[in-house]
Design a binder for this molecule. Structure first.
Ligand SMILES: O=C(O)CCC(=O)C(=O)O
Length: 280
């Protein structure tokens, strides 16, 4: 599908699945890298109802393996996000989520809750989920509520799961689940990218199989929004310098619209590496 058609789908449905972007071989190498990092850095399983109690999440993957640098700059979906939201958008984070066998369905939520769930009539974050294995109903494929990115504010209020007739939700969910609206399952073959507007109601599914459901979740935000992963602290200058110019821009090393995030009027990149004169 063309960039325009994917943008149109995002506008209409709040999400779109783009298949065939990453090879099986790339997905397998990424999954192996995640397992190696988990082992080497003793990363533990999540311990809360939102992140999961049977899910492994590794934050800021760019610090661990060069392989992950190919993900955010992929020509098959980055231009869709840029066109839908902001030509100078930033990578907000690049984190893994490996849903292990036995994990319950995640509460259905928007990714605007950390912006106090202010409902704007334009997106400020677009999320991407790279499927490192086939996403199926059984292994916990992402669930989405088509069109919910356009819901008004009063429709996006949370209530305790116990107060509803839905038994498998761990904590809280958005009012109306099972009565006013239902999610659909975003099944997608290995190597796809699921894009969704952060205002969309969504959540990970329950994994009822005996195999893990690995994925890499990379939100992108408008250039004036604070990023989820703090790249400037997590990555060494040497590491950031080795990135492609495009990845450097995505993590925030260029000025936004010619001014924001300047260092003495220079971009962070110029300040770090091209500075001719030390400014007072
Ligand atoms: O893993 C998924 O399918 C969705 C994850 C998600 O929404 C989250 O981690 O907040």
């Amino acid at each position: 599908m063309s960039i325009e058609l994917n943008v149109e789908a995002l506008r209409r449905d709040g999400y779109v699945i783009i298949e065939g972007l990453f090879s099986d071989e790339f997905c397998d190498r990424a999954t192996e890298a995640l397992h190696r990092i988990q082992h080497d850095y003793s990363i533990r399983i999540s311990e809360n109802d939102f992140s999961g109690r049977n899910t492994v999440r590794i934050m800021n993957l760019l610090q661990y393996d060069n392989l992950f640098q190919d993900i955010p700059v992929h020509e098959g979906y980055l231009p869709v996000i840029q066109s839908y939201m902001d030509r100078e958008c930033l990578l907000s984070g690049i984190d893994s989520s490996e849903i292990l066998p036995g994990e319950k369905a995640q509460m259905l939520h928007t990714d605007s809750w950390w912006y106090d769930d202010i409902r704007l009539d334009f997106p400020i974050t677009v999320n991407s989920v790279l499927t490192l294995t086939d996403f199926t109903t059984e292994n916990g494929a992402t669930r989405v509520v088509p069109g919910s990115h356009l819901w008004p504010a009063d429709k996006v209020s949370y209530e305790m799961a116990e107060a509803s007739n839905v038994s498998n939700l761990p904590a809280m969910h958005i009012r109306g689940y099972g009565t006013e609206w239902e999610p659909v399952v975003a099944e997608a073959p290995k190597g796809s990218v699921i894009l969704f507007d952060s205002r969309l109601v969504h959540g990970g599914g329950a994994n009822t199989t005996d195999k893990a459901r690995p994925s890499i979740i990379s939100p992108f935000c408008r250039g004036w929004v604070r990023q989820l992963d703090n790249f400037a602290y997590a990555l060494s200058h040497e590491k950031m310098r080795s990135f492609s110019p495009q990845l450097q821009q995505l993590i925030g090393l260029e000025k936004y619209r010619g001014g924001y995030s300047n260092v003495n009027n220079m971009s962070p990149r110029e300040w770090l590496w091209d500075r001719k004169v030390q400014q007072a």
